[in-house]
Design a protein around this ligand. Sequence first.
Ligand SMILES: [Zn+2]
Length: 153
Amino acid sequence: MNKWLETVEPLVYESRIKVPYTWSVGEVGSRFLIELRDHKKIYGTRCPKCNIVYLPPRKTCSQCFFNLDEWVEVGPQGTLITYTLVHYESSMMPMKSPFAYGIILLDKANTGLVHLLDEVKSEEIKTGMRVEPVFKDERTGDIMDIRYFRPVR
Ligand SMILES: [Zn+2]
């Protein structure tokens, strides 16, 4: 325990910071998000040397540092690799709790995508289950153009 806690009552100041900002998602992020927005398609990039398909797509292979310019359509279905259940409320959360985040290995991809799971009861979520994306009707070029993944029925 920190020594100062023995003599000082720890106060917590609550406030909100709203800082509008914009940033470029770059060449790779732009293409990835435009495909989600305009075609409801999910693309990764493939390293021809390592034969790894990265999702989200990367510009450079993390194994051999090769510049990646081969785009591969992945999914749309995939396998749930792992997940976590969120049981607390916060204004920062994308959904009302309880809800689940999963790491989803889309078909033809070699790395997992973190996203929300829905249309499934928390006790029914299992690693290895097959899932598919549910896209928004009005898409803006955002990872949340995929509303969530749900079990394949
Ligand atoms: Zn590589």
